[in-house]
Every structure is written in C-alpha cells, then in structure tokens.
Write a protein that binds this ligand. Structure first.
Ligand SMILES: [Zn+2]
Length: 317
C-alpha cells in the first residue's frame, strides 16, 4: 500500500493530510438541491475562499467535500480554492440521494456498468467540470472518494444498482466509500457493501450522530469496523453540542476512538462568509475546547482530526 490520499491537487502522502474536516460542502451549484432547500446553494467563489482562509488561519489543513458528480459539485472551483489557499481538498465522485437530481438526469437510467466506468474515470482520469447532468469537459483534478447515499426508504432497487457500481469502482481503485445515512440505515448500507466485497476499513458512514439517543444502533455500526463520521456538530436543530460530546465519550469508552471522524456538514445558511453563524472555524474555536473541558485528551482529538482521517481517506491499494 502506498499510503496516499487523492486530493484535487494530486497524490498526497496520507501523513501530510494534517488537521482535517471530514465532511463539508464548499461549493454547491444552483440547481435541484437549492429547489429543495435554498441553503443548498454555495456558489460564490470569493465567499468560500474567505471561509477556507479562516479555516487555514486557525491551523486547518484539509477538507473533504461531499458533493458528488452531476449533483451540484463545482470541480473547477474546488481546485481553484485549493490552489489559492494551499488547503488540500478531497473531492467526491459517486452519487447523492435521488431527490437531489432532476427527473431527466442520467443517474436514473445509466447502467451499473456505465456508472462504474464513470466513477472509475473520475478517480483515475479527472472530474467532469459541469455541476449538472451535462457532464461536458473533464479537468485534470481527480476525485478522491466515492460518495454514496440512501433516503429514508433504505436500499431500494435503484439504490442497489448505484451501490453496486460504487462498490465495483471502490474495489477497482482502492478508493474509500463515504456514505450518507438516514436514521438507522447505516447498518444496511454496511452489510450491502460488505456483501459486494468492500472491506470495513474502506467505508465511512456519515451522520451517525443525527439521532443522538440511539446508542445501541451506533454501537452496532461501530462493531462492523467502519469509520463513523460525527458531522452533526453545531447543528442545534438536531441536538446540542453537549449531547454530541456525551456520545463521543461513550464511543471512546466503548473502544472506538480510532474510528471517529468529525466535520460540520455545512450549508449556505451556516457558513460565516455567507452570513451564517457556524463557520469553518467552529470546530477549532468552539467544539474542541468543549471536548477538552469534558476530559477528551489532546491525543484523542488528534485522532479524530488528523490520524483517523489520514487512514480513512487513504487509497487502499
Ligand atoms: Zn453532506
């Protein structure tokens, strides 16, 4: 294994990843997502630049962007902001919840084989520049993870096809899969991907902390050996940060501190540069101090923000 992570600027030794937010949205093209929720439009280069510079000034080194191909991802701007700031960005291929695509989008009728080829090409050749269904030109920057997602209905037939394509692309390239989960769908996703041959160490399950009081489920997911992403930090419509800290303490106590990743899963309405209150400074300025106050050690915080992401996002080949 060559211990590297694929960022938009190329191959990065995983030991150089540094302080990392494991799930953010830096750009999101105006389109279907914004029709569903107007906070899902993040399309002002200068504002995002300002936000990434804020993160950098506080010691931030890398960000995983979770917006996949053809679903509002703005690949050229991800590259540009990474070049301009020096902050490393890991971009996503793969797919999101189907609600985020218009009816006539290729995602609905592309064959499993073609989907696999599309994902592999984005990981090996370069990402499509266009943020919508018109794939168009490619850029040289490659995707570094495969995003997958289900909605509350779980693994329907259409999602199964998409997940199989993602699994095949992962196995062909060694790329980790980062999966959006809904309440309690995580286990089903892990099982499906495992049955397709994907190893637990190549899976990252997102939003595991949305329903905070479901420790039996969280423990069941943890036992599978996957990475678990705690990205509902500073999202008070779900729960308080104190509740989040309590969950982290329980997961540490249960022995899973090597499997936890953190992020903010930001939208337009939270980013400071777009007028919101939870910016990319929040984890460093507010959440880490709260972890420390509650007895989480510096070494454990280093795991969640540096060591665990450096392993989770590594190409396993
Ligand atoms: Zn997200």
């Amino acid at each position: 294994m060559n211990h590297s992570i694929i960022t938009v600027k190329g191959e990065l030794l995983s030991s150089k990843l540094g302080f990392c937010h494991s799930h953010e949205h830096l750009f999101l093209l105006d389109g279907q997502s914004a029709k569903i929720n107007k906070a899902l439009r993040i399309d002002d280069y200068d504002k995002t630049l300002e936000e990434v510079l804020l993160f950098k000034r506080l010691g931030g080194k890398s960000i995983v962007d979770a917006q996949p191909v053809g679903c509002g991802r703005m690949a050229e701007l991800l590259y540009k902001v990474s070049e301009e700031t020096g902050v490393d960005i890991v971009a996503s291929t793969g797919f999101h919840k189907l609600i985020f695509y218009p009816e006539n989008h290729w995602i609905h009728n592309m064959s499993e084989e073609d989907l696999t080829k599309l994902f592999v090409s984005e990981l090996q050749t370069g990402m499509y520049a266009s943020g919508d269904e018109k794939l168009g030109e490619r850029i040289a920057a490659k995707a570094g993870i495969i995003k997958t997602a289900v909605d509350t209905a779980g693994m329907t037939k259409e999602y199964q096809k998409l997940f199989r394509a993602a699994a095949k692309a992962s196995l062909q390239t060694g790329t980790p899969i980062m999966s959006h989960s809904e309440t309690r769908t995580g286990l089903e996703q892990v099982k499906f991907l495992s049955d397709e041959g994907v190893m637990a160490e190549s899976m990252i399950i997102c939003h595991i902390d949305r329903s905070i009081d479901d420790f039996t489920y969280q423990l069941e997911v943890a036992k599978t050996g996957v990475y678990m992403e705690l990205d509902t930090i500073g999202r008070f419509k779900y729960h308080s940060d104190e509740d989040e800290v309590r969950l982290i303490l329980r997961l540490i106590e249960a022995g899973y501190e090597d499997k936890l990743l953190i992020g903010l899963d930001v939208t337009r309405e939270r980013l400071k540069s777009y007028g919101g209150e939870i910016g990319l400074d929040y984890i460093i300025e507010s959440f880490i101090p709260l972890l420390k106050q509650n007895g989480v050690t510096d070494e454990q915080i280093k795991k969640f923000t540096i060591l665990n992401p450096s392993k989770a996002f590594e190409r396993k080949q």
